[in-house]
Structure formats: C-alpha cells, structure tokens
Design a protein. Structure first.
Length: 471
C-alpha cells in the first residue's frame, strides 16, 4: 500500500497539489475531499444563454511560468489566449477615463499622466511626490500612497485596481502583503517612486499582455485537474465537509460528513487547502498559535452578475470594461465586457452580448443582502449609466455569490502567515496551502500548490519502484 495523502479542499490549490503529487509519485494514494457541490472552488463556470462562461476568477497573470507549465502538462497549451487589445477605464465623477498608463497597481510613476481622471490640483499633487520613509513592520497601502501622491490617487486609481483583486479596503490592506516586491524595494531604502520605477518593465510600443485565459473559460483548468487526478488513480469527493483532524500513531485522521454519519480517513500526510477560518478550526488542537493567526484573517464576500443582452439591441461595447472607485458610492465595483475582452466569448453566440458585473467589498454587508433580482437590476442600471444609455433587458442572467470568497491581506498579514507556517512546520505530515498565504490570484495559488507538493515529496520515503531502480 502506498503512502496515503488526504487533501482537504477541492479548489484550485487542493487539486493542483494532488496533481503534482500523483504526477511525481503514481504510487501515492491521494484523496481530495471537498465541501462544495463540485470541485474547483472559486474557479467555476456556468451556462448563460447557451454559453458556458466563468462566474468566478477568469484570468491568470500571463507571466506565471508555473501556470503555463501546468496548462501545457494538461494538454491545453493550444487553448491559451490573451484578452483582446481593448482598453479598460475607470468610471469616476460621471465619466469613464482611461486607466492611467505606467503605474504599479495604480501607483504612479514619473511617466504616468493622471489628468482627466484627477482634477488639476490632484494631478499636480500626484506628480509631485512627497518623501515617505517606512517605519515599523507594515503600513497600509492607503497611508503610504496617500502620503506620497495624495489622497485622490488612493481613492481614484489605487483603490479600484486593488479592489478588483482583493475586494478590500485600501486603508486596511497591507503594503507588505499585497505588494511584496514594492515593499522589499522600499525596505532597501528606495523611495516609493524609485521603487515603482524599478518594478515596471521598459516601455514598448506594444506591451506584453498582463493576463491570460483559456478558450472556453478558465474554469476548464480546474475541470482538467480533477479529471487528471482521477485518471492518475486519485479520488475526488465533493459535498463532504471535513469537521475534525486528529493525530494518530501513523499520521493523521480526518473526519468528514455529517455528525450523524461521520466518515474517517487515515493518512500519513494531510494537506489543508481550505480558507483560513476552517483551516484554523482544524488546527486548533494541534497548532493553537497558527489557529489564532488564521482566525484573524478576514474575508470579503462578493457576487458576480452575468448578463446576456440581445446583441441586436446593444451597440459595440467600448473597451474591456471599467472599474468603479468606492468613493463613488455605487453598488458595482467593476464591469467586464466579456464579449469585447475575450474573442472566444464573442464568437460563442451570434445572438447575445455577454458582460458581467462584480459587487461587494470588504465589510459591505448590506450590499449583498439584496436578492438576486435586485442585484441583476442594479447591475444592469449602473452599467447602462456608465455607458450613457439604457441597456435592454437580458435574455438570460446568472448571479453567483461568493460568501467569504476573498481573504483580506490586512495590516499584519505577513506576520500572521509566518506564525501559522512556523507552527505547522513542526507537525510532520501536515501542510497548509491556498489563497490565504502568498496571493489571492490563480498564479500565486498555483505557485503555492507546487511548493506544497515539492515539500511533501521531499519528505516522503522512496517508493518501492524508486528503491528497485536505485539498487
């Protein structure tokens, strides 16, 4: 019997970890246990007006070598695509403005022109950076950028860009955790503008795409991972919540299912690829400091509203979509014109134009208490207002709610992660991975999954096949 590995959590972190383990060691007995109705977590597809589209994460950082290798390994390299070269905008003060060029997550460089989006006084302040010295182990993005470039840059540029990634509050998000490269440059003594300049690529007439996706949707990646894990002899079980974790003489015991019908799973290795709160609860009896640290990680809830509009009644949508600063007081925080951004979406149907709106920021509880019909109506109305027109009624729509979907990398996050990892590292056969640690995007999660699998493989005894080959 091979070494048994239980992966708790069937999102992209858990599935990728399982895949890497089985690809390297087919003799392992790997079982992925997931509480959702199907594997994939927040990478998910749904059919709207006959077209299956992403209703969660839809793109991957294009520079991710880990993601590209994985997609190639899964036989999907020919399906890699980049967005169309259409610009995004920021809907601010009643108008849509181009996203300023040559910024690092919205933080200006010397080449950034903010006029139009900012008023004359705000633009002058943005272009005249004030000195700022890091003090202490962390600082919020809002405090650092506001001190250097003024509050308008924070509210009108940085917040909507970061909000699209974290759905967070810019005055609480940690500069160190959300922008570690920038933090490191500043920690070496560089100013914020100098640090931004060091991280920006050289200007080119045709900049490389920042993100990539898959024909048919990024959700195909998790579907392919689940299929590959199963084909390699692993198991993927959905609809089964893990409630307990116990130490045994041989390793670990995981208890899943309802309290009335518990199911036990014994393993030499357990990977917790679940959000911070359930991971903390499972660690409570074994790593109390880690449990406390992970329990302090807040999560933001959000919803993705997908609208299929009759194509005959919709003019060509301008650009790839727009972002909405929180100071505007709107319900939606972003809109993506899917049919304009992705060529495969546009060609999937001649009858409808597909777009989607994102709703929900950290601690905005009331926004998501509206029912699905109201979220659809407000999304349709606000997108139409941004475009300066009344949009037709959708022929189909879909609302996907992500309760507690995005971990907040607030002040102190890096230290919390370090505490959790240090205590878990002292427990043989136990690993933690996922979006709560080193980045919320797909690329960062895939990097973490690969590191987790590599750590496990290095600690495992060699298989009988390996021993025979070496003798």
């Amino acid at each position: 019997m091979g070494t048994r590995v239980v992966v708790v959590g069937g999102g992209i972190a858990g599935l990728a970890t399982a895949h890497h383990l089985l690809a390297a060691r087919p003799d392992l007995e790997v079982h992925v246990i997931d509480g959702g109705d199907r594997p994939g977590g927040k990478v998910r597809g749904e059919t709207v007006a006959g077209v299956t589209v992403d209703v969660g994460a839809e793109s991957i950082v294009a520079s991710s070598a880990t993601a590209r290798r994985l997609i190639t390994d899964l036989g999907m390299a020919d399906d890699l695509v980049h967005p169309e070269r259409v610009p995004a905008t920021i809907w601010s003060r009643g108008a849509r403005h181009p996203v300023p060029p040559r910024t690092f997550m919205g933080i200006p460089s010397a080449e950034t022109d903010t006029t139009g989006l900012l008023d004359d006084g705000e633009a002058r302040r943005a272009a005249d950076p004030a000195p700022f010295v890091l003090a202490g182990s962390d600082v919020s993005v809002g405090d650092a950028v506001g001190a250097v470039h003024g509050r308008a840059v924070v509210d009108r540029i940085v917040e909507p860009l970061l909000g699209g990634v974290y759905a967070g509050r810019v005055d609480a998000l940690s500069l160190r955790a959300t922008m570690p490269g920038l933090w490191s440059a500043m920690a070496e003594g560089r100013s914020l503008p100098e640090s931004v300049r060091s991280l920006l690529p050289a200007p080119t007439p045709r900049p490389a795409p920042r993100v990539m996706g898959l024909v048919g949707g990024t959700h195909r990646l998790v579907e392919a991972l689940a299929e590959r894990v199963t084909a390699a002899g692993g198991r993927v079980s959905s609809g089964s919540l893990v409630r307990e974790l116990h130490r045994t003489p041989e390793g670990w015991r995981v208890v899943s299912g309802p309290t009335t019908h518990p199911v036990t799973h014994d393993a030499e290795v357990v990977v917790l690829a679940t959000p911070a709160a359930p991971t903390g609860r499972l660690l409570g009896d074994h790593a109390p400091r880690a449990a406390l640290a992970l329990g302090a990680v807040e999560y933001a809830s959000m919803a993705v509203v997908t609208l299929a509009l009759p194509r005959s009644q919709v003019a060509t949508l301008p650009g790839s979509g727009f972002l909405v600063p929180a100071v505007e007081g709107r319900t939606i925080k972003a809109a993506t014109f899917s049919a304009a951004k992705w060529a495969w979406v546009a060609s999937a149907s001649t009858d409808v134009t597909l777009l989607r709106a994102s709703i929900g920021r950290a601690r905005e509880v009331a926004t998501l208490q509206r029912d699905d019909d109201e979220l659809r109506s407000v999304a349709l109305a606000e997108v139409g207002e941004a475009l300066g027109t009344t949009l037709p009624e959708p022929v189909d729509s879909h609302v996907r709610r992500w309760g507690g979907g995005l971990p907040q990398y607030d002040l102190g996050h890096t230290d919390r992660v370090a505490v959790a990892r240090a205590e878990v590292a002292a427990l043989p056969g136990l690993e933690i991975t996922g979006a709560a640690y080193d980045g919320v995007g797909i690329a960062a999660v895939l990097d973490g999954a690969l590191r987790t699998a590599t750590t496990i493989l290095a600690a495992l005894p060699p298989s009988s096949t390996t021993r025979q080959e070496s003798s």
